[in-house]
Design a protein around this ligand. Structure first.
Ligand code: SF4
Length: 469
C-alpha cells in the first residue's frame, strides 16, 4: 500500500480481527490489569491544532519492558470547517477500527475500557514508536473522513498524566450520554446500524435507537445520525424503522430487513427490548452482559471490569464467551451501561423488576435510573455470592421475582401429570445457532439448537468440590 511505504509493517483491513495472545505480545497498553486507560476524541478550533503532530507523554514503545502492561491514553484532536462536537463519539470509535488495520496491533473495546497489544513480530519488524502509529492514524482518518482537515494525536503512558485525563474523559463520556437521553424510540422514524464489529463477529449488527444505545456504549443514536451523514457508505448507516410489528418486544420490519441483509442472511428477526426469542446480537465489545439465572428466574448483570466471580459462579470471561460472536442467545445479552439507564432496558422481560444481582460498582453508576422501590431489593456481590445467598436475599427483600416463583410453582403443579410433579420445569440452558460436538471421530453440527436440562451441574475441572444446582 503506497500510502504506508514508510511504515515497517503492513496496514490493511485484512488485519482487523487479528488476535494477539499473551505469549506473542511485546507490550500491552491498558487492558484488564490496568485501572486507568482511555481514548478520547475532541473537536478543536483550527488554530489549536498542529497538523499531524504526535506527542508522547511517558515512555515510548521502544522504552517499554518486554511483556509489560502500561497505563494508556490516546487523545485525538481534530479540526475542520464542517466538524461539530457531535462527531466526537464517531471519530473516537474509529480509533478502534484503524488501530486494528495495523499488522500486529490489536485494539479491543472502547472509551475507558481499551485494551491494546503489540505483537513481538511487529515490534521486531520496527514498529517501535507511537510516532509510527500516529502516522498511520493520520492517513487513515483523513482519507476515510475527509472533513477532518487538521489532526494531532497525544499518546500518554505516564501513569499520573493518564489518571488526570482519565477523570476528565469520564466526565466527557457522561455528558455525551446525558445529551442523548430523553428522546424516545417512538419519536423518530429512523434508527442507525453499525457493523464496525463484524471483523470480530461477522454476523453482528448493532441497531442503535434513541433508547437502545449501542452495545459498546460508544455510539448513541445522535452519533449514529452524525456518522451516517458524513460517511453514508461507511460502517454506520441509516435504518428506516418500517412497520412496527411488536411494540413490547421491539420488532420493526425495517430493522429485520436491514439486519438480514447486513448479517448475510444469518439473522432474520430482532427483538430490541428482550433477551429472549430473537434478541439483539452481541459482538464482543459490549460493556456488560445481562445473564439469565434460571434458579431465580431473574437477570444478573456483570460489567467487563468485574474481577470477581458472578453470583452464578462464573467469571466475566466465561459469561462473555457464551454471549459474544454475533449470535442470538437466549438469556445471554450484551449491553452497554447507558442502555441500563433507558426506560426500554429489557422492558419486554420486566426491566429492572427482573434484575436480581449486579456488581456494586455498576449499581452505583446507574442507581438514579433504577426505580426507587427496587434499588434495595437488588443484590450486589456484597449481599450475595452464591445462588443460595441470592435466593435468601431476594425473599428477605420481597423482590418482585419472588412472586414469579410462586406463580411458576402453581403453573407447574397444575400442568404436570401426577407422576411428573417432582421434576422441575426444564429451562433452556444452551441455545446456539451452530453447536459443534466432536464424538468418535465425527463432528456433529447442530443448527439452531436449544438444549433443555432438568438439572445443571457446574464442576471445576481441577476439583469436584463446586457443585451447583
Ligand atoms: S458495539 Fe456496535 S456500535 Fe459499537 S462499534 Fe461495535 S458494532 Fe458498532
Amino acid at each position: 500500500m503506497s500510502m504506508f511505504k514508510d511504515i515497517p509493517v503492513d496496514v490493511g483491513v485484512i488485519y482487523e480481527g487479528e488476535r494477539i495472545r499473551r505469549k506473542d505480545m511485546h507490550v500491552e497498553l491498558g487492558g484488564p490489569d490496568i485501572k486507568e486507560k482511555f481514548e478520547l476524541a475532541r473537536v478543536r478550533k483550527p488554530e489549536e491544532i498542529e497538523d499531524e503532530k504526535v506527542t508522547i507523554i511517558g515512555p515510548d514503545i521502544k522504552d517499554m519492558k518486554e511483556n509489560g502492561s502500561y497505563p494508556f491514553g490516546i487523545l485525538v484532536e481534530v479540526a475542520g470547517e464542517k466538524l461539530e462536537q457531535e462527531l466526537e463519539g464517531v471519530i473516537e470509535r474509529r480509533i478502534h477500527a484503524y488501530c486494528n488495520f495495523i499488522e500486529g496491533l490489536m485494539h479491543l473495546n472502547q472509551r475507558y475500557d481499551i485494551w491494546l497489544r503489540l505483537s513481538k513480530k511487529s515490534f521486531q519488524k520496527g514498529l517501535n514508536s507511537f510516532e509510527l502509529i500516529g502516522k498511520v492514524l493520520f492517513r487513515l482518518f483523513k482519507s476515510e473522513l475527509p472533513i477532518i482537515e487538521k489532526m494531532q494525536i497525544t499518546f500518554i503512558t505516564d501513569a499520573g498524566k493518564v489518571k488526570a485525563l482519565y477523570d476528565e474523559a469520564l466526565q466527557i463520556y457522561d455528558a455525551r450520554d446525558a445529551k442523548a437521553r430523553g428522546l424516545k424510540d417512538e419519536e423518530v422514524d429512523k434508527f442507525y446500524g453499525c457493523i464496525l464489529c463484524q471483523s470480530f463477529a461477522p454476523t453482528h449488527v448493532c441497531v442503535i435507537t434513541p433508547q437502545r444505545y449501542s452495545n459498546c456504549g460508544a455510539i448513541s443514536w445522535f452519533d449514529g445520525r452524525a456518522a451516517a451523514s458524513i460517511d453514508p457508505k461507511g460502517p454506520v448507516f441509516t435504518i428506516e424503522k418500517g412497520e412496527l410489528i411488536d411494540p413490547v418486544k421491539g420488532e420493526f420490519s425495517g430493522v429485520n430487513e436491514v439486519v438480514k441483509k447486513k448479517s448475510l442472511g444469518e439473522v432474520t428477526r430482532v427483538w430490541l427490548y428482550t433477551a429472549f426469542g430473537y434478541p439483539h446480537t452481541s459482538c464482543g465489545c459490549f460493556e456488560g452482559v445481562a445473564f439469565y439465572i434460571p434458579e431465580v428466574d431473574g437477570f444478573g448483570i456483570m460489567h467487563r471490569g468485574f474481577k470477581d466471580i458472578a453470583v452464578n459462579g462464573l467469571p466475566f470471561s466465561t459469561v462473555a464467551d457464551s454471549t459474544a460472536g454475533g449470535r442470538q442467545i437466549d438469556g445471554f445479552h450484551g449491553i452497554s451501561i447507558e442502555y441500563m439507564r433507558s426506560p426500554k432496558f429489557l422492558s419486554a422481560d420486566g426491566g429492572w423488576s427482573r434484575v436480581v444481582w449486579l456488581p456494586k460498582e455498576v449499581k452505583e453508576r446507574v442507581k438514579n435510573f433504577i426505580p426507587k422501590e427496587l434499588v434495595d431489593k437488588i443484590a450486589t456481590e456484597e449481599e450475595a455470592k452464591t445462588i443460595d445467598e441470592l435466593k435468601t436475599f431476594l425473599k428477605d427483600h420481597a423482590h418482585p421475582v419472588v412472586e414469579r416463583w410462586k406463580e411458576e410453582a402453581v403453573a407447574v403443579e397444575e400442568a404436570a401429570p401426577a407422576e411428573e410433579r417432582e421434576e422441575a420445569p426444564a429451562m433452556p440452558v444452551i441455545t446456539a445457532s451452530t453447536l459443534p460436538i466432536a464424538a468418535g471421530g465425527f463432528k456433529i453440527i447442530l443448527k439452531d439448537a436449544k438444549i433443555y436440562a432438568k438439572r445443571v451441574i457446574i464442576r471445576q475441572e481441577k476439583s469436584e468440590k463446586t457443585e451447583k444446582r
